[in-house]
Write a protein that binds this ligand. Sequence first.
Ligand code: KIV
Length: 272
Amino acid sequence: MPGYLVEDQRKVTTKRLQEMKQAGKKIAMLTSYDYTTARIVDGAGVDVILIGDSASNVMVGNATTLPMTVDQMVYHARSVVRAVKRALVVCDMPFGSYQVCAEDGVRNAIRIMKESGCDAVKLEGGVEILDTVRKILDAGIPVCGHLGLTPQSINKFGTYAVRAREEEEAEKLVSDAHALAEAGCFAIVLEKIPAELTARVVSEVEVPIIGIGGGPADGQVLVVDDMLGKNNDFSPKFLRRYADLFTIMTDAIGQYVTDVKSCDFPNAQERY
Ligand code: KIV
């Protein structure tokens, strides 16, 4: 199925994302965790598909992203990779897979790439994980950074509120973004920070900056289940809902239940 919104059907690469930033073309990124959804997301023209560790919340029902394992990420990523023809596929490295030491990080990044077939990995954090980021890059694996609200550190900060409102934290974020870009990250996700700070990073840092709850940037990312309105009890200010799948699916399934119970389904045409 072709991406009906895009003329350029070539496989998206990290180099192309850089060219898009230079040309002022915006990058559309969404998460996916399964084959069927990834096929639709890719076909609709999304440039980058993220197998986010948000799978922990939306697929598994956990309160945080922390329980996800490398095995689970590989399982989801493999399902997505099978569906994707055009988008660049990025897989989150889950909590615990890169925080102990750089060697662990490299080993797990290689596992994720080898076993899932994805194109790149994403890690949360700044200078504190720089050595690991460098070594993963040295292994030939493209890395996407992630700064601002970093859900894997929820227990350290104790809140999902907007980050880097204070000058000290904002300055650290800017220097982290420079450090990640200079190390060779192909893009950086900035989550839930003031729009002015995002604008500063976009103008100062040469690699594409992808925002989520951070205002305008070189591109945007959302969790696919959230933007499709599958989750009716999550509505942060930054989220735009493009559909109300919660209602559509509930109505459709409710109708199915009614039809089965009333013996309306299957009818004469729906049998052999
Ligand atoms: O896990 C995830 O879905 C993410 C995005 C919100 C950026 O990291």
